[in-house]
Write a protein that binds this ligand. Structure first.
Ligand code: BES
Ligand code: MN
Ligand code: ZN
Length: 497
């Protein structure tokens, strides 16, 4: 999608469609009112017919307005004026843009209904771009016949005032890059496990780096991991015919000596549970167990597109988890790269087994901070549903920055405690630790396990089991937490907003 920002009177914009916000009770936001005054009150007169209540998500299409350069006006309901904020705009715009994408318009110009203040402009346009990206996303790679819209939207313009122009342009650029990253993450997660294997993920990472001077990708194979002593990671892939991969991305946008931020993402391309096999119902969804890894690729793609001035490392341990004669068995004890031994009491708690070795490997980059991202526990879905990702950290400043970034962009996280008292749930009679912590606090004990491999750096863990995927009618990947991570990195790079 192409985005641009314009100033000047909306009635003079030559466009296939002007998108105009309306509040309930026939209230018009300032810019909509200006337009309506310039075109002789046509909008007001239509609203007086009372066919349109302006509830959020409602829309009404007007053709060939008089005294207006646009060929259509799409009125979009924004709900209650008092409750209006950027997120509301996003949710109202998505169905409207979907409608436009299915018509013969090909382009549109959005009159953004700002509340007030300069800060608002940036956030409103970020949310608008987010809505556009979500509305036009399609996944039809696996359909024998794809039926694309006959004239898909290619271009979206925003009309803003002169003083808002810079903030608006930054918002378009950032929103677009996040859209690109989220799309990559969604595509990878929606692909089935027989196509998106560890080798496929590695190939996707390699192709990201192609043509990019400041992005380098290397892929470690099982023999190299064996030499490094990654006994925990390799124990998971032993039950699979697909060889495990450790994908390493290095983005150098900052000063040569600036310590990188490391993103470590769980890349389980299919999780059947192993010998501790999962029930059959909905097991297909376990193809999304690589969403942590996909969000690492997506976030690095977004940062590279924006040329952010910082250094990043991405580490994606990738494997399948299947039952097999050679698979992990309950009671098996493995030795991790750190030297710590692990008793595997449940082979379905495999994410932490591959992440622990990836986290130890990350030490060699001397990172300023490490964030791991993983669809790690069903317990996180029970606790937080699909609204917030679970956040646990050994550093309160880092945790605070991630929470704030998530709140700002609407891709929220919620912190859970990582108190020492929980650690004893991982006690084992036979090894240094068990890989599960018993009944209670499953998301916390999973993070406790990881914390034993992150002592040497500032670290935060995002459990995205609930947020990376939607079940039911809207079944599919969400692209989360690419927005949260990119927002965090934009702030860290002090990108103008
Ligand atoms: N990938 C799953 C977690 C998961 C479950 C993600 C549902 C998304 C939806 C993970 O590998 C797993 O199986 N975790 C177990 C841990 C348990 C055995 C301690 C779980 O949550 O049941
Ligand atoms: Mn599992
Ligand atoms: Zn898993």
């Amino acid at each position: 999608m192409d985005y641009s920002c314009k100033t000047g009177p909306a009635e003079r914009v030559k466009t296939a469609c002007l998108v105009v916000g309306v509040f309930q009770k026939n209230r018009l936001p300032a810019l909509s009112k200006q337009l309506d005054d310039a075109i002789g009150g046509q909008v007001k007169r239509v609203l007086q017919r009372r066919d349109f209540s302006a509830d959020s998500g409602q829309s009404l299409l007007l053709y060939e307005p008089n005294d207006c350069a646009a060929t259509r006006i799409l009125l979009v309901g924004l709900g209650d004026e008092k409750a209006f904020r950027p997120r509301v705009l996003r949710n109202a715009l998505e169905p409207a843009i979907q409608q436009l994408n299915g018509m013969n318009a090909g382009e549109c110009t959005i009159l953004v209904p700002f509340a007030a203040g300069k800060d608002d402009v940036y956030r409103f346009i970020r949310e608008a771009v987010d809505a556009v990206e979500a509305a036009v996303y399609r996944f039809d790679q696996c359909k024998s016949e794809s039926k694309p819209p006959k004239k898909p939207l290619k271009h979206v313009d925003f009309v803003v005032s002169r003083s808002q122009l810079n903030a608006a342009k930054h918002a378009c650029a950032h929103g677009r890059a996040i859209g690109t990253g989220a799309r990559l993450a969604k595509d990878l997660a929606n692909l089935p496990g027989n196509i998106c294997t560890p080798s496929y993920l590695a190939e996707q990472a390699r192709s990201l780096a192609r043509g990019r001077r400041n992005l380098k990708v290397s892929v470690l194979d099982e023999a190299q991991m064996h030499k490094l002593g990654m006994g925990s990671l390799l124990s998971v892939s032993r039950g699979s015919r697909q060889p495990a991969k450790l994908i390493v991305l290095e983005y150098k946008g900052g000063k040569a000596d600036a310590k990188p931020v490391a993103l470590v993402g769980k890349g389980l391309t299919f999780d059947a549970g192993g010998i501790s096999i999962k029930p059959a119902a909905n097991m297909d969804e376990m193809k999304y167990d690589m969403c942590g890894g996909a969000s690492v690729l997506g976030t690095i793609a977004a940062c590279a597109e924006l040329d952010l001035p910082l250094n990043l490392v991405g580490v994606v341990p990738s494997s399948e988890n299947l039952p097999d004669g050679d698979a992990n068995k309950p009671g098996d004890i493995v030795t991790s790269m750190s030297g710590q031994t692990i008793e595997i009491l449940n082979t379905d708690a495999e994410g932490r087994l591959i992440l622990c070795d990836a986290l130890t490997y990350t030490e060699r980059f001397d990172p300023a901070a490490v964030i791991d991202i993983a669809t790690l526990t069903g317990a996180c879905i029970v606790a937080l549903g699909d609204q917030a990702s679970g956040l646990l950290a050994n550093d309160d400043v880092l945790a605070g920055q991630l929470l704030e970034s998530g709140t700002a962009c609407g891709d929220r996280a919620w912190q859970l405690p990582l108190w020492d008292e929980y650690q004893q749930q991982l006690d084992s009679n036979f090894a240094d630790m068990a890989n599960i912590g018993g009944k209670g606090a499953g998301t916390i004990t999973a993070a406790c396990f990881l914390s034993r491999f992150t002592k040497k750096f500032k670290w935060a863990h995002l459990d995205i089991a609930g947020t990376a995927w939607l079940s039911g009618a809207k079944k599919g990947a969400t692209g989360r937490p690419v927005p949260l991570l990119t927002e965090f990195l934009l702030r860290r790079a002090k990108a103008p907003m």
